[in-house]
Design a protein. Sequence first.
Length: 133
Amino acid sequence: MMLAKGTTVAVADGEKLNLFRNAGDEAGMQLEVLPRRTIENSAGTSGGHQSSSGNPDHGQADEDGFSAGIVDYLNQQALSGAIDGLVIIAAPRALGEMRKHYHKALTAQLKGEIAKDLTGHSMTEVESAIASA
């Protein structure tokens, strides 16, 4: 996948978000790290994983809430025009939860998705995953 200059790359899982921007061009991707953002755990998850005494998986509910919070942030960025192209790389479970919350303005900016957990990986590995997608 080739990225235009200025494309934002969000690398996420259910606990972390790393943001990058392509400072290079389509011929030569050069990701730069963007400042860390505080993501609010969104209570408005899809409800696919309810915690209860019969199903006490609070960790999964927290991860789903964090994933929804990431999309809340990205939706705001898309609506304000702060994003000019977006690629989302996320752990498969997190990506599935995130897709449920995309606003149409975010979808319009979405250039690609990669279902892979790369949050703990180097920028070189992230660039490699994008290049081979």
